[in-house]
Design a protein around this ligand. Sequence first.
Ligand code: KIV
Ligand code: ZN
Length: 516
Amino acid sequence: MNAEKPFFYDVTLRDGNQALKKPWNLKQKEIIFNKLIELGVQGIEVGFAGASDMDFAACEYLAKIAPQDVVISGLARAIEYDIKKVYEAVKYAKKPRVHTFIALSEFNMKYVLQKEPEEVQKTAVNAVKFARSLFGKDADVQFSAEHFGDCESNIDFVIETFLAVIEAGANVINLPNTVERSRPGKFLNLVKKVAEKIQDKAIISVHCHNDLGMATATTVESYFLGARQLECSLNGLGERAGNTNIYEVAIALYNSGVEVPLNLKKIYETAVLVSEMAEIPIYEKMPLIGDDALAHRSGIHQDGAAKTKGMKKGAYRPIQPELIGREGEFIGFTSQSGKTAIYEIINNAGYPISMEEAQYLQPIMKKIAEERGELTESEMLDVYFKELIYIKGPYRLVKFEDIDVANEIEKYYIVIEYNGKIIEGIGEGKGPIEAIVYMIRRTLEQNIKLLHYKQIALNDNELGSKAKAMTIIQLTDLDKDLKIICRSLHDDTRKANLYAIINGLNLLEKLKDQKK
Ligand code: KIV
Ligand code: ZN
């Protein structure tokens, strides 16, 4: 394993910026620059100073405000004009760097540069020599072989050129996959060859584009082959399908046990800001930062995620969302979801629900979701209220009057409607709930028993902001071997108790019907 820490060299302000439909102005670049500093990158390519006056001014300004420990670099073609421009702009930084490049692939030298390899090599060496003479011995001179990914056929020439530019003063050799055309393994073989030849004569860097969606994989694996500098961009901004996404690389390395010198908690807020400023929305399935990237909808996944909540390695999740400054995982309820989703969503909305109740609601909600797709929290609460709080069934309370409430065992006169028939009687117990249970046992010969009773105060936003009483009871039907939790919500504490037991009786009837 590569023992050295990775060096994150960010190219958002150069490669990312040059690909924007509306490149950033100085003020906008400064905002992104400050975010990069907060994120903690080690190097920033602030622009292409020779490209325009606007970019020159931005490079110069950012070099002036840069923290002392961050490498500030500008891009230059292998020509004196560009190199001078970079020097004029970044010389104010404590750690200035020039990044000069030329294509070394056979295809590009022949068809784009239209020059012989020897001439291209000479240009590269002269550019590096010039850069070193201007920047002095302490600054960094980075050389890139543009289209390095296409250099399989002339890799010996490319390595020879690298050794020559190192001799001329380059101390960083960058290997760009300027266009990602094939499998990562081919690029990695080339990186390996270069690393073996260069060893510690220069720092090896990789710069991958994401045309086929594998830039993260290629960059991460290059690190393990000896590339210490990883060129990445925020949100993967860059030409065409973009550059390597810095967040993905950072997390892949972190999850692989590498010490990652970034403030990972800043990732999510950075991504949101960059998306707004680039006017490029974050695709909802985008790894790590997409709205849906940490969501669970299948019942099996929801169950596993809930059982491993809070653990560093969780089931069905690459990271704890808090690691990158996200709030938490999203659990959605669809026709594919299970009781855990209902349990989590309803409880998170502030309404207590037991797993048994969630299980009872699951087929009901599933049916609705089959038609509507994912249910919103408020649609789920509608079902919760309808099915658990205002349960309709054969029982209805008609009258409930005190006879004797002065003693420990209270007495009530109770009238109940059951399947359209009026039943009246006297109920006795330590409160209204026990009294109704007593009365039902005697008059309807139902073998029911109250197991638990609890009343809590709840702020019911659905029905107004004042506190309400929620009564939660556990009831069993001993003949049918059924045990349920049921509840009721009311602003009158006594009524909350009365409706809870009626709800419970109705729920038992429903479950009895289901069992038949
Ligand atoms: O993709 C590329 O080849 C580049 C170079 C200038 C490094 O951006
Ligand atoms: Zn690039």
